[in-house]
Design a protein around this ligand. Sequence first.
Ligand SMILES: [Fe+2]
Length: 204
Amino acid sequence: MSKLTLAPLPYAYDALEPWIDEQTMRIHHDKHHQAYLDNLLKAINGTEFENVAPEKLLASLAEVPEKIRSAVRNHGGGYVNHNLFWEIMAPGAGGAPSGDLAAALGTQFGGFDSFKQKFSAAAAGQFGSGWAWLVVKRDGTLGLYGLPNQDNPISNGDQAILGLDVWEHAYYLKYQNRRAEYIESWWNVVNWKRVDELYRRAKK
Ligand SMILES: [Fe+2]
């Protein structure tokens, strides 16, 4: 049996108000995230992969048997992606990063505002369900792109340090079809302290 569990949110359900509403956080964490975990467990329990970290499975999907590959990709991805999503947000956060990450964003994207614009554009332009990602590539440089569904950058060999969920379940209750407004609001809850930690860890 796999030992994976759903960690509670690191803050209260209403902590990200008014940017992300309590009901959305409750359903998103307790129902959607839980369902990704449950379905991942259904796929891997009783197999030789039940004690393999889902990140490891996502990093080498080709080695996962075809029978459970889609489940691992979609539900394992959903489980891992949301684990990151909760921790890169925090109440009273937002603003701009500092330190090494700020410097790298400046060099690679022409400054923080320009990065923000490009990241928002990737999130807004993701057709249908998916995520916008800021990643650290194997050579230590940053990358920015959108991916469909629950695909995680680790399947491309990249380490995600910031992800924005643009599935409708992430914003529809409060923002309905106004994805751009959700994206704009989301910047107010980005936990740059944590993103910077993830950046420095990924660079090692
Ligand atoms: Fe989600």
